[in-house]
Design a protein around this ligand. Structure first.
Ligand code: NI
Ligand code: MN
Length: 230
């Protein structure tokens, strides 16, 4: 089985197995790091970590154009469905949802979750991380979160890859993300949620140094628009 991961900048990723395609937090429009436009991005499954606009991003447009299934925490999925997406699956922490080619298990994330519409803010649900099993690999997308000790339980999932925010300010910064990597024990660690906006400017090479000097994990720094084989 082959698996290709593409980074669109911020926390937006695409997983391609050859047969199936999954997007995670497809924030393309308004993402200063993105090298593609939302109308070039297609998938049959979209997984969301939480409702913030920099994660929901272009979900509604991409889902409607592709008749895609959107997987999110219950209240966020309900709101997505109310916006005209036909296949929105709501679940919650501890639950596993199957989709075309794989599954995702909802795990906790310490953060908030609201969506700002032109009319104001709505607050659909709570944030989550996702343990995605797809293309023969197990990949943890932490979403936006601080460091938390229950990552020990997520490590028990047997992670090939951990995708961790390092931007600080809204999430873990480099030091805590390196501690998270030490707990998670993934073969590969990929940083995200940095250098998109001024408050989250970070040096990913410093993160690599911190992780690789203290764990057995290898850090892969992905440039926006670039793909890597997992
Ligand atoms: Ni957020
Ligand atoms: Mn965010």
């Amino acid at each position: 089985m082959s698996l290709t991961l593409t980074y669109f900048g911020h926390s937006a990723f695409r997983l391609e197995s050859g047969e199936n395609t999954v997007l995670i937090d497809p924030f393309i429009t308004g993402n200063p790091s993105a090298t593609v436009s939302a109308d070039e991005v297609n998938a049959e499954t979209i997984i969301l970590t939480h409702a913030h606009n920099d994660h929901v991003g272009d979900t509604l447009e991409i889902a409607k154009r592709n008749n895609a299934t959107v997987i999110a925490t219950a209240e966020l999925a309900g709101w997505i469905g109310s916006q005209g997406v036909e296949n929105a699956i709501g679940a919650n922490h501890g639950g596993t949802v199957r989709f075309a080619g794989g599954s995702t298990k909802f795990v906790p994330a310490w953060h908030t979750s609201s969506y700002t519409t032109p009319d104001g803010a709505v607050a659909p649900g709570v944030p989550a991380g996702h343990v995605v099993r797809f293309g023969g690999k197990t990949i943890y997308f932490a979403g936006d979160t601080c460091l938390f000790l229950d990552m020990q339980l997520i490590a028990d999932e047997g992670l090939d890859v951990a995708v961790l925010p390092i931007g600080d300010h809204f999430t873990m910064g480099i030091d805590d993300a390196a501690r998270a990597a030490g707990i998670l024990k993934a073969t590969t660690v990929i940083p995200c949620h940095y250098n998109t906006f001024p408050p989250i400017e970070q040096d990913p090479a410093a993160f690599r140094q911190a992780v690789e000097s203290s764990t057995d994990s290898t850090v892969v720094i992905m440039e926006p628009g670039v793909s890597t084989s997992l």
